[in-house]
Design a protein around this ligand. Structure first.
Ligand SMILES: *[C@@H]1O[C@H](CO)[C@@H](O)[C@H](O)[C@H]1NC(C)=O
Ligand SMILES: *[C@@H]1O[C@H](CO)[C@@H](O)[C@H](O)[C@H]1NC(C)=O
Length: 265
């Protein structure tokens, strides 16, 4: 065997491994594989969940978009500048006399749809400042965990779990004739999107999009009048191509349902 080949093959493997480690997809928690971790939880808004809409992830009406009331805002340490948007967490109340018994259903599974921003000028109750792990739940989710919501804050344990969604991944078109943007939502499995590429049916080539904020991805291309395909990669490295999921007649503000989903995580 030629030693130079074995040398360089090993080097190439090392580079490939480093690239793998450096990519956000590979650094994500393996969904469902992690153990329980400690955090705290509070709630925001009222029983209707009205205040949970239009949050820092770019989602809009959470009922229309399939998330409902089973949502949470994440402290900065968990939010990770929006990369955690769409991820799902199971929470259990612990170490408080206000905890409902676990057997009584005191466990909730929520999707991250918002940020609980840090506030460094707050002397106390600054739960969302790093490095604290904190869940600011919708009020109905908090009420599911405790016997009396007036307790305000509780210790919880949490773990990442695969997201279960109804129907396929959906795409809401944004942008204008100069640039294209899309909100990717109702994502099952890992839940958080790590990369998006778009292809216009006339152009015929894939263009990587950039995450602008939350789960809104944009690209510097004129794609009005073209049917669009998207290639979506989630935090566990899985990718799906959604061929021609958006028809050439699309305009900003329209949503399109695919019939494909990330399952079996
Ligand atoms: C941050 O906390 C301070 C002190 O409690 C408060 O006055 C201020 O309104 C907070 N800022 C934001 C952006 O919430
Ligand atoms: C809850 O109690 C357990 C057992 O005493 C402890 O290991 C854990 O750190 C506590 N969690 C919180 C969030 O206080």
């Amino acid at each position: 065997m030629d030693p130079s080949i074995s040398c360089c093959f090993a080097a190439a493997t090392t580079v490939a491994l480093l690239l793998l480690i450096a990519s956000p997809a590979a650094t994500a928690d393996p969904v469902g594989a992690g153990g329980w971790e400690d955090a705290h939880a509070t709630f925001y808004g009222d029983e209707t969940g009205a205040e949970t809409m239009q949050g820092a992830c770019g989602y809009g009406n959470l009922f229309e978009q399939g998330y409902g009331l089973a949502t949470t805002a994440l402290s900065s340490a968990l939010f990770n500048d929006g990369w955690s948007c769409g991820a799902c967490y199971e929470l259990q109340c612990q170490n408080s006399t206000y905890c409902k018994p676990i057997g009584g259903g005191a466990s909730v599974t929520v999707t991250a749809t918002n940020a609980c921003p840090a506030n460094y000028s707050k002397p106390n109750e600054n739960w969302c400042n790093p490095p604290q792990r904190h869940f600011d739940l919708s009020k109905p989710m908090f009420m599911d965990l405790v016997t009396d919501f007036h307790v305000g804050i509780i210790p919880v344990k949490y773990r990442r779990v695969p997201c279960v969604k109804s129907g396929g991944v959906r795409f809401e078109m944004m942008g204008n004739e100069w640039w294209v943007a899309v909100l990717v939502y109702n994502v099952a499995g890992a839940g958080e999107v790590r990369a998006v590429a778009v292809k216009g049916d006339r152009d015929g080539w894939w263009m990587d999009m950039h995450r602008n904020w939350g789960q809104i991805w944009d690209g510097d291309a004129r794609l009005i009048g073209q049917g669009l395909s998207f290639r979506v990669t989630t935090g566990d490295g899985r990718a799906i191509v959604f061929d021609d999921v958006v028809p050439p007649t699309w305009t900003a503000g329209q949503s399109f349902k695919s019939n494909q989903q990330f399952v079996g995580v």
